[in-house]
Design a protein around this ligand. Structure first.
Ligand code: B12
Length: 283
């Protein structure tokens, strides 16, 4: 329900939830032997509450949870995971715009010899996405996650495994590295040529989220990831009294300033801009 809850109310609810989790955690049972699980999130993910809830439930079920949220950079995760004595991990991602860093964290965990379970809003909406980004399984339901992890800890560690999607990433890396420049250039085009009535930090954040989601959609080869974000953004603009036509205008502006080797991203954007609008229901 957009516009019905204020930011202050949302933060108050978050604080209350944190306090409840903290209280319940103090009553966790002693973990079973051989039940170590590493739990992390992608770099840039501020939604740590989902991961805390997962950690709470797993601790109540007897797991020894090493929680690394907010996330650590993938190279640090790799170093840390290599010194860990367990070999099962979970990753929680809420924002589709954070699926690229989620893939990087999954890649680090694979390299360190872990089996990875992926969950959270960004994965749940797309069946099979967890596996296509290199995770061994995806889960939403925590009892199901418990069963999967129980099975994994009794199996031998898989050993270090190579990254997935590396070839496709080669065509996306230059865009990812140039995010700041692309967003700045697209911002100028959006205002001067497309006539978008957004400015400053709001415009920068909206373009950044649009771009990172487009790269994620190209990496996973699922235009639906960008299409859903786009529909959500159109709704958000409408509620804020901004012309929803600004949504395709931002995508067009981004497409024009992408690096030469970013055809996969341009294709995803073109597909979304030309699609008949399929509205998703607000969360
Ligand atoms: C609270 C909140 C925030 C808080 C987070 C506070 C905190 N300490 O975590 C703050 C204010 C920081 C925030 C920021 C933002 N948010 Co926010 N946020 C939310 C909100 C309201 C609740 C999230 C939550 O805690 N859900 C509860 C958990 C329990 O549910 P869950 O994630 O589905 O997790 C369950 C399962 O999926 C599963 N699970 C989760 N992880 C894992 C992992 C494993 C391994 C397993 C097995 C299972 C599992 O178990 C959980 C328990 O059942 C959601 C709306 C919503 N309906 O979720 C928006 C929402 C996720 N946010 C959204 C947005 C856009 C943002 C911002 C970009 C806003 C902005 N412009 O700044 C930023 C992004 C920041 C960033 N870079 O990450 C959008 C995302 C839209 C989209 N396109 O997907 C949402 C959907 C709101 C909306 N409808 O507009 N947000």
């Amino acid at each position: 329900m957009y516009g019905k809850v204020t930011v202050a109310q949302e933060q108050r609810v978050t604080a209350i939830t944190e306090a409840v989790i903290q209280t319940l955690l103090s009553d966790s049972p002693t973990p079973r032997a051989n039940a170590r699980v590493l739990l992390t999130g992608p770099e840039g993910e501020w939604h740590v509450l989902p991961s805390r809830m997962v950690a709470l439930v797993l601790r109540q079920l007897g797991w020894d949870v090493l929680q690394l949220t907010p996330a650590i950079p993938p190279e640090d995760l790799l170093t840390l995971a290599r010194t860990e004595h367990g070999h099962v991990a979970g990753i929680s991602c809420s924002l589709p715009g954070n699926l690229v860093p989620a893939w990087q964290s999954i890649t680090a965990l694979r390299q360190a010899g872990f089996r990875v379970l992926a969950g959270g809003r960004a994965f749940v909406a797309y069946p099979g996405l967890a596996q296509s980004l290199g995770a061994d399984a995806g889960a939403h339901d925590l009892l199901q996650a418990h069963e999967v992890l129980l099975e994994w800890v009794t199996q031998p560690a898989p050993g270090p495994r190579p990254p997935t999607l590396q070839r496709r990433w080669e065509g996306l890396e230059s865009t990812w590295a140039a995010t700041e420049r692309i967003v700045a250039d697209a911002g100028v085009l959006a205002v001067d040529i497309e006539g978008v009535a957004l400015a400053g930090e709001v415009l920068r954040q909206d373009l950044t989220l649009m771009l990172t989601t487009a790269v994620a959609a190209a990496l996973a080869q699922r235009a639906a990831i960008l299409a859903d974000h786009f529909a959500w953004y159109e709704d958000l603009l409408s509620v804020g009294g901004v012309d929803p036509g600004s949504a395709p205008a931002l995508l067009r502006a981004l497409s024009r300033v992408l690096p030469a080797d970013a055809d996969d991203i341009r294709d995803v954007i073109a597909e979304v801009v030309s699609r008949p609008r399929a509205r998703q229901s607000p969360a």
